[in-house]
Design a protein around this ligand. Structure first.
Ligand code: OAD
Length: 230
C-alpha cells in the first residue's frame, strides 16, 4: 500500500468549532498565544493558564470531528495513513485515525512540570473529570501542567514525524500557515518527486512549490477534492 502522510494544523479543526492562531491576530481562543502557551506565561499566572486549558478541554470533549477528519480516516482503506498534527485536540483520534503523531502535545493529558515527558506522570483526563484544580500535583510532587509543548520548548516528536515524512509517497498539508518550526520544515523530508498537496483556503509558504497542488478550499471540501484527484 502507498503511504500518505498528512501534516495538519489549526485550520483542520475550524469546522469543528475551534479557532486558528494567526487568523485572529495571534489570539488563541481569545487569549494572546504567549500568555497561555509559554512557560513564562504559566509561571506569571498559573490560574489563568490552568483555567484556559480546563475550559478548552471541556470544549474539546464536546466537539466532534468534521468531514475532513473523517475522510482522512477513510483513506486508510486504500493507503497507509499517518497523521502528523500540530493540533492539541483529539479530533483525528475521535474520527478513528489509527496513527496520529502529536507534535505540540495533547490537551486531553496533563504531566509533571519538572519532567513533562516522564510517562509515569502523564495522565489522560476522562471527560467526566477533565478539570484540573489549581495546585494539583503530579506523582513527583511538581505542579501538574497541561501536556502541551510551550513556545521555546523542544519538540521531541519531530524525529518520528520526520521519519514518516521521509517515507511518504504522497504528502498532504492541511490548515497550517507553516509559521512554526520545526513542524513547518517537515515537508522538506519528503523525497524528491513526492507529490505534495496543500489544502487551505489561503496561501501558505510550501517550499518546493513546483510540485505542490494547492486545493484552495476548507478542510472538508478540500479532502473531497483530494479524494477525487488521488
Ligand atoms: P495558524 O493559525 O497559523 O494557521 C491556520 C491555517 O488554517 C491558515 O493557513 C488558514 O488559512 C487555514 N484555515 C482557516 N480555515 C480553514 C479551514 N476551514 N480549512 C482548512 N484550513 C483553514 O495555525 P497553525 O499553523 O496550526 O502551537 O499554527 C501552528 C502552531 O502555532 C500551533 O500548533 C500552535 C501555535 O503556536 C501550539 O499550540 C504549541
Amino acid at each position: 500500500m502507498k503511504r500518505i502522510v498528512f501534516l495538519t494544523g489549526a485550520g483542520m479543526s475550524v469546522e469543528s468549532g475551534f479557532k486558528t492562531f494567526r487568523g485572529n491576530d495571534g489570539l488563541w481562543e481569545d487569549y494572546p498565544v504567549e500568555q497561555v502557551a509559554s512557560h513564562e506565561g504559566w509561571l506569571a499566572d498559573p490560574t489563568l493558564v490552568n483555567n484556559f486549558y480546563n475550559n478548552l478541554r471541556k470544549k474539546l470533549y464536546a466537539a466532534k470531528p468534521n468531514e475532513g477528519h473523517r475522510l482522512i480516516k477513510e483513506l486508510e482503506k486504500a493507503y497507509e495513513v499517518t497523521v502528523i498534527t500540530q493540533n492539541v485536540d483529539n479530533l483525528h483520534e475521535k474520527a478513528g485515525s489509527a496513527k496520529v503523531i502529536h507534535l505540540h502535545g495533547e490537551l486531553t493529558k496533563v504531566c509533571s512540570s519538572n519532567e513533562p515527558y516522564d510517562s509515569r506522570y502523564i495522565q489522560e483526563l476522562p471527560p467526566e473529570n477533565c478539570e484540573v484544580a489549581l495546585g494539583t500535583r503530579a506523582g513527583d510532587g511538581s505542579l501538574l501542567r497541561p501536556f502541551i509543548v510551550f513556545f521555546g520548548e523542544a519538540v521531541p516528536m519531530i524525529e518520528p514525524a520526520a521519519a514518516e515524512a521521509a517515507q511518504a509517497d504522497i504528502f498532504v498539508i492541511i490548515g497550517t500557515s507553516l509559521n512554526v518550526y520545526p513542524a513547518a520544515g517537515l515537508v522538506q523530508y519528503a523525497r524528491p518527486g513526492t507529490p505534495i498537496y496543500l489544502i487551505d483556503p489561503d496561501d501558505a509558504p510550501v517550499s518546493g512549490s513546483g510540485r505542490v497542488t494547492h486545493i484552495k478550499k476548507g478542510a472538508s471540501e478540500g479532502m473531497k477534492e483530494l479524494m477525487r484527484l488521488l
